[in-house]
Structure formats: C-alpha cells, structure tokens
Design a protein around this ligand. Structure first.
Ligand SMILES: NC(=O)c1ccc[n+]([C@@H]2O[C@H](COP(=O)([O-])OP(=O)(O)OC[C@H]3O[C@@H](n4cnc5c(N)ncnc54)[C@H](O)[C@@H]3O)[C@@H](O)[C@H]2O)c1
Length: 252
C-alpha cells in the first residue's frame, strides 16, 4: 500500500461501523490523519482502537452531525487540533423505511435530517477551510438515488440519495475555482451493521444477491478504496462525478 495521502487531514463521518470504520483503516494505511465522528460512542471508540492497533493516527468525536451545532463543533475541533482540512468524506447516514402510504411524516423528516442535512452542514462549515489549500469532498450517495426499489419502501432514502448526487454537482461547480473537488459514490448492497437486518434474513439476502451480476453483496472495502482514490492527486481531474459500485446491479 502506498502512502499517497501522507499527512493529509481527512474528516470521515460515521466511523463507528461499516464503511466508515473501513474508511478510517484504509485512509490511515494511505498515510492520512483521520478525524472521525459518530453518534455511537462505543462503536467509534472501537474503531479508534483498531486504527491505533494498525499504527494509524486518528482522533474522534461523539456528535450528532444532523444538528448544526454538532456539525460545526466537529469541524472546528478538527481545525483546532490539526490546523487544516484536506478531505471531507461524508459517509454517515441513518434512514427510516416505509411505503408511501405508511411512512410517517416524522420518519420522512428523520431521514432527510440524517441523510441530507448532515451532508450540507458539514460541507458548509468545512468549506472555507477546504478552500485555503484546496481539497476533496467525497459524499456517499446510493444506487437508491438512481433507481426505485420494488416493494421495499425507500421513498425518503431515494430522495436523500438523489439529493446527495445533485448536491455533489453543485459543490463541484462552486468548488472548482477554489480548488475543491467534489464527487459522490453510489454503493449498491453492502454488508454493514446498517444492512444487518437484510443480511440476517436468508430470503431477503438471497433476493438481493440474485439481483447482483457479480453474484455477491459488497464489502465495505469494495467501497472505501474508491473513496481513497478520489481523495488523491491521481483523481485531480475528477470532479462532479458519481461512481456507482454495485457489482453490476444498475447495469441490468
Ligand atoms: N450498506 C449498504 O448497503 C449501503 C448501500 C448504499 C449506500 N450506503 C451508504 O453508505 C454509507 C455508510 O453506510 P453503512 O452501511 O456503512 O452504514 P452503517 O449504518 O453501518 O454506519 C453508519 C454510521 O453513521 C453513524 N451516524 C448515523 N447518523 C449519524 C449522525 N447524525 N451523526 C453522526 N453519525 C451518524 C451511525 O451511528 C453509524 O455508525 C451511508 O451513507 C449509507 O447510506 C450504504
């Protein structure tokens, strides 16, 4: 593994598990200094322990990024501790699911807050810090932003993830003159704590896996390698893009 992000300060949200934990481990292996964040203190402490065990440098903070004060304090603490922000990886999210008829207004708002608001808030507060020396934003969208889901009640999740793709394009346009690149990644079905309920249900898992041409669900490591690449100078001419990583599902 080359240390192609040596010394860069990378803020990664949702480092308590799944892709966020894998990202923290991947980015420190590439030489980055990681600043993590999660609402789940115990899970995030475990990530920090794993990173330290791997010889990486990571600080972390328990905060709710859907709250403007939480998002602001995460960014300010990173700048106080490290003096700069080079990479903002908006990975954290939480969604509620339900059919159009059944999803409550509260669950709709919960999803917008925890999948869309937090991307805007962290980006807003990090923006001028990224602009100081240029930087890279990686937003995690989803194939749910590109296609509906038969029978799975994903209306709010479709809205937020489509919104993340759209916001990324705007970030790319506003960021270009400032040296800020912004891209999104749209994963398909990936095995993480967030998909545990689907993974543990043999019928649902089989149905989801059958829709994947490569014949298996993704692992967090299938996603975070692309995020690390997008953060490097090798991706210097890539901005405003959405990279779909889904084992071929949306090719069908
Ligand atoms: N796993 C999949 O199949 C899949 C597919 C497509 C897209 N995604 C996206 O990938 C990203 C990572 O997903 P994952 O499966 O690893 O999820 P996960 O649920 O395993 O991890 C998400 C982490 O974010 C944290 N979090 C949630 N809301 C937060 C908030 N307001 N403030 C701070 N932390 C918060 C959670 O505590 C959790 O540790 C998400 O944006 C998700 O929507 C996942």
């Amino acid at each position: 593994m080359t240390r192609r992000l040596e010394g860069r300060v990378a803020l990664i949200s949702g480092t308590g598990g799944g892709q966020g934990r894998a990202a923290a481990l991947r980015f420190v292996a590439d030489g980055a200094i990681v600043v993590g964040c999660d609402v789940n203190a115990k899970a995030d402490a475990e990530t920090a322990r794993l990173v330290a065990e791997a010889g990486g440098q990571m600080t972390t903070m328990v905060c709710d990024l859907g709250d403007p004060d939480g998002a602001r304090s995460w960014i300010e603490r990173a700048v106080t501790d490290h003096g700069r922000i080079d990479i903002l990886y908006n990975n954290a999210s939480a969604a509620k699911f339900g059919s159009i008829a059944e999803l409550s207004v509260e669950d709709w708002r919960f999803t917008i807050r925890n999948e869309l608001d937090l991307v805007f808030l962290t980006t807003k507060f990090a923006w001028l810090h990224l602009a100081k020396q240029g930087g890279s934003i990686i937003n995690v969208a989803s194939t749910a932003g590109w296609q509906g889901s038969r029978g799975n009640g994903t209306i709010a999740h479709n809205a937020t993830k489509g919104g993340v793709v759209a916001m990324t394009r705007q970030m790319a346009l506003e960021g270009a003159p400032l040296g800020i690149r912004a891209n999104s990644i749209s994963p398909g079905f990936v095995i993480t704590p967030g998909t545990r309920a689907f993974v543990d249900n043999p019928a649902v898992r089989a149905q989801l896996t059958a829709s994947i041409p490569l014949g298996r669900p993704g692992e967090p490591e299938d996603i975070v390698g692309m995020a690390a690449f997008l953060a490097t100078d090798e991706a210097a001419f890539i901005t405003g893009a959405d990279i779909i990583i889904d084992g071929g599902t949306t090719a069908c």
